[in-house]
Design a binder for this molecule. Structure first.
Ligand code: PLP
Length: 377
C-alpha cells in the first residue's frame, strides 16, 4: 500500500513550493567542470566577510561547545543604542527571514489573511501559506508596491501586511510620506511589516526608514538584516523592531537559541566597522552606475533600483539567456517565479565582476566588442 504522507501534512504545507535560492558557484563549476565562475545571483556583499567580523568569529570558537546567549544580550543592547529604541522592542532572528516567519506564525492562522504586493519578496507568501492563511496579492503599479491599493484590500480577516522597502527583486521603493499615508488608514489591529533588508543602500530623496513612525503607529514592525550591506549572509542574523508587546509574542515562539554564537559575535563586531559599511555602500553605488551605463549601451531597459541588484529586461528568451550566461560561468537570477519572466535580476558585484557580466551579456546579445571603451559595436 502506498503511504501518502503528503496528505498528512498541514493543508498550507501541502501546497508549499520550496524557496529557490541562487545557484551556488561550486555547483556550477562542478556541473561544467570549470573554475572561476562568478555569482551575481543572491544580493550578497561582493566585499566578502569583514576582517573585523572574522576576528570576532574566531574568538568565539574557544567556547564552541557552549550554547549561545539565547537572549542575544550584547547585540540587542548595541542595536538598541544605535537605533534609539529599547532592547525589549527587538527580536533577533536566524536571518530576517526567521523574523518574517515568526510574524506569520505569531499572528496568522486559517481564519486570517495577509496583504502584500505582486512581485514582492517571495518569503511573505511562503510564510503566510505555511500557516494555512490566505494571501491577498495586490497588483503592482509600475513594478512597485501600490500602497493605496494595498490599504483598500484590507478586510475584516486581515492581520498582517508585508511591504518590502526597497523591494526585492524589483528594487522599487516607496517614500516615507507614502508609508505614513498608509499607516493613517490602517487600523491598529493589523500589523504592518516594513522589510528594510536594503535600507543601508537606499539613498533616494524621499526615502527613509519607517522607524521614525513607530512611536506614532505601534502596529508598525520594521525588519532589518546583516546579510546584505553588513556582509554576513552565511551567518544568518536579522531582527525586528516593534512595540514591546509584539516583540514579546515573537520571542515566545522563536527557538531558544536561534542565533548562534558566531553570528552574534560577528554582528556585534560589524556594527562598529563603519569602514566596511561605507565601502559596501560606495562599491554598490559605483557598481550600479557601471551596470546602468552598460545596459544603456546595450539598449536594455531596467528597473531603477534602491538595492544592491538590478532587474534588467532581456529581449527574446530570458530563460535561455540565463542558461547561456551559466554556460559562460556567470550566475544571475531568473525571476519568472515573481511574475517577471522577461527580467533577470543581477546583483551588483565587484567592478571586474560587473564588467565580465556585461561583456558576456553583450556578446550573447550580438555585440562583438568589449564594452570597456564605452562603445557598443
Ligand atoms: C535578502 C532579503 C531578506 C532577508 O534575508 P536574511 O538573510 O534572511 O536576513 C529579507 N527581505 C528581503 C526583501 C530580502 O531581499
Amino acid at each position: 500500500m502506498t503511504k501518502d504522507f503528503k496528505s498528512l501534512a498541514l493543508p498550507g504545507v501541502q501546497h508549499l513550493k520550496p524557496y529557490q535560492g541562487g545557484k551556488p558557484i561550486e555547483e556550477l563549476e562542478r556541473e561544467l567542470g570549470i573554475k572561476g565562475a562568478i555569482k551575481l545571483a543572491s544580493n550578497e556583499n561582493p566585499l566578502g566577510l569583514s576582517p573585523v567580523a572574522r576576528k570576532a568569529i574566531e574568538a568565539t570558537l574557544i567556547d564552541g561547545a557552549r550554547y549561545p546567549d539565547g537572549n542575544g544580550y550584547y547585540l540587542k543592547c548595541k542595536l538598541a543604542e544605535k537605533l534609539d529604541v529599547s532592547p525589549n522592542q527587538l527580536t533577533l532572528g536566524n536571518g530576517s527571514n526567521d523574523v518574517l516567519d515568526l510574524l506569520a506564525r505569531g499572528f496568522l492562522d486559517a481564519e486570517h489573511n495577509a496583504i502584500f504586493s505582486q512581485h514582492a519578496f517571495v518569503v511573505y507568501q511562503l510564510a503566510v501559506t505555511a500557516q494555512g492563511a490566505k494571501s491577498i496579492i495586490v497588483p503592482a503599479k509600475g513594478w512597485g508596491h501600490d500602497l493605496e491599493a494595498m490599504a483598500n484590500a484590507i478586510d475584516e480577516h486581515t492581520r498582517l501586511m508585508f511591504i518590502a522597502n526597497p523591494n526585492n527583486p524589483t528594487g522599487t521603493w516607496v517614500d516615507i510620506e507614502v508609508v505614513e499615508a498608509l499607516m493613517k488608514k490602517v487600523p491598529w489591529n493589523i500589523i504592518v511589516v516594513i522589510d528594510e533588508a536594503y535600507f543601508e543602500y537606499a539613498d533616494m530623496a524621499g526615502y527613509d526608514s519607517a522607524l521614525s513612525l513607530m512611536d506614532q503607529y505601534p502596529n508598525l514592525v520594521v525588519t532589518r538584516t546583516f546579510s546584505k550591506a553588513y556582509g554576513l549572509a552565511s551567518l544568518r542574523v536579522g531582527y525586528a523592531i516593534s512595540h514591546p508587546d509584539v516583540a514579546d509574542i515573537l520571542n515566545r515562539i522563536r527557538q531558544p537559541f536561534n542565533i548562534n554564537s558566531m553570528a552574534l559575535a560577528a554582528a556585534l563586531a560589524v556594527l562598529d566597522d563603519q569602514d566596511y559599511l561605507d565601502r559596501s555602500i560606495d562599491i554598490n553605488r559605483r557598481g550600479y552606475q557601471q551596470l546602468v551605463s552598460g545596459f544603456e549601451r546595450l539598449g536594455l531597459s531596467f528597473i531603477p533600483s534602491a538595492g544592491n541588484f538590478i532587474a534588467v529586461e532581456i529581449p527574446g528568451d530570458t530563460q535561455a539567456m540565463y542558461q547561456r550566461l551559466l554556460e559562460q560561468g556567470v550566475i544571475v537570477r531568473p525571476i519568472g517565479l515573481y511574475e517577471m519572466p522577461n527580467h533577470l535580476r543581477v546583483s551588483i558585484g565587484l567592478p571586474e565582476e560587473n564588467q565580465r557580466f556585461l561583456d558576456v551579456l553583450g556578446g550573447l546579445l550580438g555585440f562583438g566588442e568589449s564594452l570597456d571603451s564605452g562603445e557598443a559595436s
